[in-house]
Design a protein around this ligand. Structure first.
Ligand code: 6CS
Length: 372
């Protein structure tokens, strides 16, 4: 109950704050502030006074999650490290989900330069950057999360080729990382593709997700996660996918009878910056950002692992809301893989605007890591 109230409060707050920010963005030049503007006026040139090696400046880092959850903790840790390394000259403000609107609003804000940094899930810009939908393919990435992280950190297909695709939209993904393996929740206990028949699945804003669940016989509905608890409770939506830590912290297990450990995919998040802002940074500041993002890959891997383990334990220990945990067998996984395969072909050959070479290169990189 407390969680629900908090979410509604956040949504209300977000609408008010977003209107304010959008007005500020639109009239930025007349108001005469550099903060939040993209381009060469912001960044280190917008600093007030020199403090050692770095000029004083402050940035906003928006996330899609609440305090205590992986994305927010990532932004808070990044803020701490940047502040320390810059001798206190650079201040980064981590923002919880809801402070500046929905996930889609936040992506737009970053693109407009209304915030400098964002943790972004590719699923919310799937229509704009079709190549980013590669992350919603099922049984494409390894199921071992260490291997997933290795691919995400080192892949040229992602960190060079896909990054260039996002940069056409003023989004620079500086790093890709896993928030953990996703599991399916439902009231039917999903064990085979046929269990999806007639279910309405919640998805993000990615057209490929429709195709993916259609292959199992389900319908889909796009929703922000903040509306999902109520939708599951009222049964306007029957199922959803998320990492275990998020299922527990958003209390989805309270309104779903079962969780399927499906190994179908992992939740990828991106550390993103507004491209024009980033390109306008002084070299030493850019280097500070890059090195901090790189060193945080290990930090965030450990953070998500600990949160996912604790999330599963908390779900198991919740006697008021008993949840059946179903672990798919190898045979059951093989059935799902077979059903998901045509969607890979569909993605490569039919989805408009994607570069199939990114798919091919990433597939080779994944095979190399799996063969290690
Ligand atoms: O399901 C979602 O949309 C949310 N899930 C996670 C793990 N993070 C934020 C995101 O918006």
């Amino acid at each position: 109950m407390v969680i629900l109230n908090k979410k509604y409060l956040l949504m209300l707050l977000s609408i008010l704050t977003l209107s304010f920010v959008l007005v500020a963005c639109g009239g930025g030049e007349e108001e005469g502030t550099d903060e939040g503007n993209s381009g060469e006026d912001s960044g280190s040139e917008g600093g007030e006074e020199a403090s050692g090696e770095f000029e004083e400046q402050s940035w906003q880092f928006v996330t899609e999650e609440l305090k205590g959850e992986v994305q927010y903790e990532y932004a808070a840790e990044f803020a701490k490290r940047i502040n320390e390394k810059s001798g206190g000259a650079i201040t980064v403000e981590p923002l919880e989900y809801g402070a500046l609107g929905s996930e889609v609003d936040q992506a737009q804000l970053l693109q407009q330069g209304g915030v400098q940094l964002a943790v972004m899930s590719p699923g919310f810009t799937g229509g704009q950057v079709p190549d980013g939908q590669i992350f919603s393919l099922h049984y494409f990435f390894p199921s071992d999360q260490e291997k997933v992280q290795e691919v995400l950190t080192n892949s040229e297909a992602l960190n060079t080729d896909l990054r260039a695709k996002y940069e056409e939209h003023s989004i620079s993904p500086l790093a890709f990382w896993t928030e953990g393996a996703m599991a399916w929740t439902s009231n039917v206990g999903i064990e085979s593709p046929s269990d999806w028949e007639g279910l309405n699945m919640r998805v993000q804003e990615s057209p490929l997700m429709r195709e993916t669940y259609d292959a199992y016989g389900a319908t889909v509905q796009s929703l922000s996660w903040s509306e999902l608890y109520t939708a599951l409770d009222r049964e306007t939506v029957d199922a959803q996918e998320n990492p275990l830590f998020f299922i527990e912290s958003a209390s989805f297990h309270e309104v779903q009878d079962s969780i399927t450990i499906s190994h179908h995919n992992n939740y990828v998040a991106m550390t993103t910056v507004n491209t024009e802002w980033y390109n306008g940074l002084d070299d030493n500041v850019k280097q500070l950002v890059d090195e901090t993002v790189a060193e945080m890959q290990d930090w965030v891997f450990d953070e998500q692992k600990a949160q996912n383990e604790a999330g599963l334990e908390a779900i198991k220990a919740d006697e008021e809301n008993p949840t059946e945990i179903i672990e798919l067998t190898d045979e059951q996984i093989a059935e799902f893989k077979k059903a998901a395969e045509p969607v890979h072909e569909y993605y490569k050959n039919e989805v408009e605007g994607i570069d199939p070479a990114i798919y091919d290169k990433l597939k080779e990189e994944i095979a190399a890591v799996e063969g290690e």
